[in-house]
Ligand binder design. Structure first.
Ligand code: FE2
Ligand code: FE2
Length: 171
């Protein structure tokens, strides 16, 4: 059984993961609007991953006898000035999510909830990867600088990312 504190905090994290999915979908829509299809594909994959994160926590709450509550999801930003600006935002957002995971970890320790602490370890490791992949794209975009050719190369590379769930085929 989860403590009330832990249950509420995990529910907040479900909401934060759904917000992340929503933010990345908004970034994908921005990239579609500026014809950077590869960047959009990368963001679709990111959106789907965030949905998986939300579901992992949702299932864990149920498994531990808690009740998952769906709260309102904040509206994300939907305009950016450049691809670099978008990925800088994504990197900043992942650093914020890392701080949320660390706070959850601290709570599991203070609540002496060892099962939740072990459950959260996966997210601690995942955040290392999440920060590294977003900051990696920021670095590549900085190298591309003002060059259109460079930007298209990065876009092409990001378009290689596999989508866990294929998008519906366009007619
Ligand atoms: Fe996540
Ligand atoms: Fe993430």
């Amino acid at each position: 059984m989860l403590t009330k504190n832990m249950e509420e905090a995990l529910n907040k994290q479900v909401n934060a993961e759904l917000y992340s999915a929503y933010l990345y979908l908004s970034m994908a829509a921005y990239f579609e609007s500026v014809d950077l299809k590869g960047c959009a594909t990368w963001m679709y994959a990111q959106t789907q991953e965030e949905m998986v994160h939300a579901m992992k926590i949702y299932e864990y709450i149920n498994e531990r006898g808690g009740r998952a509550i769906m709260d309102a999801i904040d509206a994300p930003k939907n305009e950016w000035g450049s691809a670099l600006e978008v990925f800088e935002h994504a990197y900043q957002h992942e650093q914020y999510v890392t701080s949320l995971i660390n706070d959850l970890m601290d709570l599991s320790i203070s609540e002496k909830d060892h099962a939740t602490r072990i459950f959260l370890q996966w997210f601690v490791t995942e955040q290392v990867e999440e920060e590294a992949s977003a900051s990696g794209v920021v670095e590549r975009l900085k190298l591309a600088g003002e060059s259109t050719g460079g930007l298209f190369m990065v876009d092409k590379e990001l378009g290689q990312r596999q989508l866990p769930i294929p998008l519906p085929q366009k007619k």
